[in-house]
Ligand binder design. Structure first.
Ligand code: WT7
Length: 657
């Protein structure tokens, strides 16, 4: 693979861990990291057992690991199991043991609402709230194994709801509050949820997001018989027989609840994410393995201490919110900040104000946010005292070296290490990341895999790539927090993750390793696009488009976007008799918002009388990607059915710009 001059330049630029940081860090030198990595590779089961033993187990496991990575050619091949025979309750590891210690009156959640209201819940209080919610859910008929859909704003009750579900063994399925009623309904149906926990609304950029109204639309035609509603915004609502107020059933419930331990392999949650087809995948995680890695990575990557104030800005609707707002930090007895709203409400310095106000020490956010901050100007962070910060993190998409440097200088005061963490909904926790006291960092590289994670870059046949050769990012050995299946579609699980590269978990990303063994993630190699750190399938947006009565055919591609990483471009052929004009483009954009949510709104809609196809009828996305990014179509077009189509598409571009 040829390297650009920029990447060679940035690779020579390396930042060693600051000596003050390394001095007290959990892993304090690169040699220590390497020896830990080697030990884990030699004896993975001993290594993971040691880490898992830091959780509160009610019954010890009999076997650390059972099974291996599934054989991709056997659609029924089971996923490996971890800590087999062991029993634990995730909410006990996150709460009871801290509430029973000196941490009882330590802040667990510091909440800041967008309008400026604040609430602090200590471990003692959070424990009581979760016990109340567990009792109330039981009273409402929720039993072990029942799926509970959670569609909530970023308020403490969201974490309480998740932990209460975990407590009673009812797997949760959190749906991001930015998803539309339609998208929520699909997930409710797929998960067969009978109860939805929501709020009347949530605050976002000074507006109320009508969550309850969306739930009312979403539950029509589903098995949902109960909707539990937190009153957050005092906004008008319609009430139905199935609705119950949180303050009428949870608040008065008993704060005592004895948690029953669950099997290590008991389902903790499913979380939907986009794959290469139109149907989102319900990624299924289990209790013991998931919690082990969430806790381990929080401790190692964020070097969490009892006096830290940890702020991960992700919404609980994404896996980052599950692992680094709720389960990981709480399992460590840490203090987390939870913020409800937008980063620029009321002004572009809201985040910096929060950091100053609460003395945030570890801050974890996404490159898209960092690039927006850059654009808003250096004066906003400069207005605030950010000296409490000691560590910065990035997640969700590749971070460009410019944004990395800006983050380091303007937010980290050239003092804080940056951890660029690569992982996925499927991996449950961070897989590739610097250890802040040990790993010299290079802007744009997620550096090395964590101890215990056998990540590699390979060719299609599974052989390792040489230095700087681009290839597929894979994991060669099971790890405790790997997904166990796709809910209701085990065959898709086996095929997608184990059918591509022999004997490996295939992540769907392309990457290369440099001469120092540092990983550089290049982005998805499948039809998944990453818009502002949110994962979408091109096919999902296409199905939304073709569900519109005026659309005959649609193809969706991602094109590079300076701010969002990728932007969505839709090529649409209207049905006969409909005029392809701006009004239709607007109508289609809003249709996608209604079907999926604002996060999927196409940046551009391009009309074409036909889409470029191969002779066998496959849409040639590679060509469309090139057209969308403004470069003339390169490469082999000889299989193109109608050569004229491409020319006309490129022209329709030129005219519009
Ligand atoms: C995809 C996973 C992991 C939680 C948030 C996203 C991309 C993630 C990085 C990173 C480059 C990254 C990958 C991955 N990605 N982190 N540090 N550098 N790319 O979770 O929605 O499951 O998406 O996000 O493409 O496959 P997700």
């Amino acid at each position: 693979m040829s390297q650009s001059i920029e990447s060679v330049l940035t690779e020579t630029r390396s930042f060693p861990p600051p000596p003050d940081f390394a001095k007290d860090a959990r892993v304090g030198s690169f040699i220590d990291y390497e020896s830990l990595y080697d030990r884990a590779a030699r004896e993975p089961e001993t290594f993971w057992a040691e880490i898992a033993s830091e959780l509160a187990w009610a019954t010890p496991w009999k076997k650390v690991l059972e099974g291996k990575l599934p054989d991709g050619s056997n659609p029924e091949a089971p996923a490996p199991k971890w800590f087999v025979g062991g029993k634990l309750n995730a909410s006990v590891s996150c709460l009871d043991r801290h509430a029973a210690s000196w941490r009882k009156n330590k802040a667990a959640i510091i909440f800041e609402g967008e309008p400026g209201d604040t609430r602090v819940l200590t471990y003692g209080q959070l424990h009581r709230e979760v016990c109340k919610a567990a009792n109330a859910l039981t009273e409402l008929g929720v039993r072990e194994g029942d799926f509970v859909a959670i569609y909530m704003p970023m308020i403490p009750e969201a974490a309480v709801a998740m932990l209460a579900c975990a407590r009673i063994g009812a797997p949760h399925t959190v749906v991001f509050g930015g998803f539309s009623a339609e998208a929520l309904r699909d997930r409710i149906l797929d998960a067969k949820a009978k109860i939805v926990i929501t709020a009347d609304g949530g605050w976002r950029r000074g507006q109320i997001v009508p969550l309850k109204e969306n739930v009312d639309k979403a539950v029509i035609g589903t098995a949902v018989s109960t909707v539990l509603v937190v009153k957050r915004c005092d906004t008008p609502y319609t009430w139905h027989d199935r609705d119950v107020w949180w303050h009428e059933v949870v608040t008065p419930a008993s704060p005592k609840h004895v948690a029953k331990p669950h099997d290590s392999e008991h389902t903790l949650f499913t979380l939907y994410t986009s794959g290469t087809t139109g149907k989102p995948k319900g990624i299924l995680h289990t209790t013991g393995g998931y919690l082990t890695v969430a806790a381990y990575t929080s401790k190692l990557v964020f070097d969490l201490r009892d006096d830290d104030v940890f702020w991960c800005t992700a919404d609980i609707g994404w896996v980052t919110g599950h692992s680094y707002v709720v389960y990981g930090p709480l399992a460590n007895g840490a203090t987390v900040v939870m913020y409800e709203g937008a980063p620029n409400q009321p002004g572009p310095d809201r985040f910096w104000q929060i950091i100053e106000k609460w003395g945030v020490t570890v801050f974890y956010t996404a490159p898209t946010a960092i690039r927006a901050f850059m654009r808003w100007g250096d004066e906003w962070p400069a207005k605030h005292d950010l000296s409490s910060l000691r560590l910065l993190g990035s997640v969700g998409e590749p971070i460009n070296p410019e944004a990395w440097m800006w983050y380091r200088l303007q937010i980290g005061g050239d003092r804080c290490p940056i951890v660029d963490t690569w992982w996925q909904t499927e991996t449950g926790g961070i897989m590739i990341s610097p250890l802040p006291g040990a790993t010299p960092t290079k802007p744009g590289s997620a550096t090395r895999p964590l101890p215990g994670i056998a990540a590699d870059i390979v060719k299609k046949d599974g052989t390792s790539c040489g230095p700087n050769d681009g290839g597929f990012l894979v994991v060669r050995k099971p790890w405790p927090s790997m997904l166990r299946t796709i809910a209701g579609d085990h065959e898709r699980f086996v095929k997608t993750y184990f059918g591509e590269v022999a004997n490996c978990y295939f992540a769907g990303d392309g990457a290369r390793k440099d001469a120092d063994g540092y990983f550089w993630i290049m982005g998805r190699v499948d039809d998944v696009i990453n818009v502002a750190g949110h994962r979408l399938s091109t096919m999902e947006v296409e199905s939304a488009l073709v569900s519109h009565p005026k659309v005959a055919e649609a193809a969706v591609v991602g094109r590079p976007d300076e701010l969002k990483g990728q932007a969505i471009v839709a090529f649409v052929t209207p049905r006969m008799g409909f005029v392809a004009d701006d009004a239709l483009a607007r109508e289609l954009r809003e249709h996608v918002v209604k079907e999926i949510g604002a996060l999927a709104r196409p940046e551009e809609v391009r009309f074409a009388e036909a889409l470029p196809k191969t002779r066998s009828g496959k849409i040639m996305r590679r060509l469309l990607r090139e057209v969308a990014s403004g470069s003339a179509a390169r490469g082999d077009t000889t299989t193109l059915e109608d050569q004229g189509v491409l020319e006309r598409l490129a022209q329709s571009f030129a005219q519009d710009e």
